[in-house]
Design a protein around this ligand. Sequence first.
Ligand SMILES: [Zn+2]
Length: 285
Amino acid sequence: MLRVVAIAVFSIILFSNAIHALDFKVFDLTHAQSEDAIAWPFYPAYNFTILQRGFNEDLTGGKVWLEWNSFAMAEHSGTHMDAPCHVRVTEGGLRVHEIPLEKLVGPGVIINVKSKVEENIDYRVTLDDIQDWETKYNKIPDGAVVFMNAGWSQRYPNKTLVFGSEDHVDTTTFHFPGWHEDTVDWLLKNRNIHVLGGDTPSFDYARTTTFPVHQLIGENNIPGMENVANLDSIPESGSIIYVAAFKIYDGSGSPSRVFATVSGATNNWSSKCLIIFMVIFYYFG
Ligand SMILES: [Zn+2]
């Protein structure tokens, strides 16, 4: 009898843990890739070509609908990763296929600067912004994926709003916020982060001509993220963020499906109760 109870209790714990592991919500932090995707003006245009869309005579005698397409795009387009080799003082740094996958996952740290950006479109994230976050949520966790939320997702893909300029070709006219190099330097020296980025087209603000933040994180082999979407949908602390970058051999950047999970965001007590009831019924019924 004791053994049966023990097995039953063990099974309940096992099953409820299995359910607990699925007790999370998934949030999409990615803009769809299309010809509207935001990219620097000198990159080649996105090309999506329909090769087959219809009832196929040759392969199926016209009985089966088939679709396939080809696409070509710049690496640095839409929601995408900058590999550490992208912008540096000299050649070096990891290319896309060399970045360890475990370095593309980590606790989400969302630095909300929306109110500051409303007053200054050329805003750069300060050390005060980091300290404010840590005052609210504690020290930035090891392996963090740290994103600036400037509210740019709402502007995407309107080029005038995203680039902060009526001129979409001359990059010297652009205005949008990014990270200050002193803040990033402090993060690299004092915290252990996996990924840095934000929701604007560059994690360096638009007014730069030397891209100091790109250089800094590149030299430290930290990947960067640009045009991340929907940062309002996840909490500023408590998510896990995944950067599912397209594994391009020798790539300097990569379109990515960025998403977050937040545990405990679903409430499935009814299914937990059902499984507990089934286990009890199985052993005692
Ligand atoms: Zn890029």
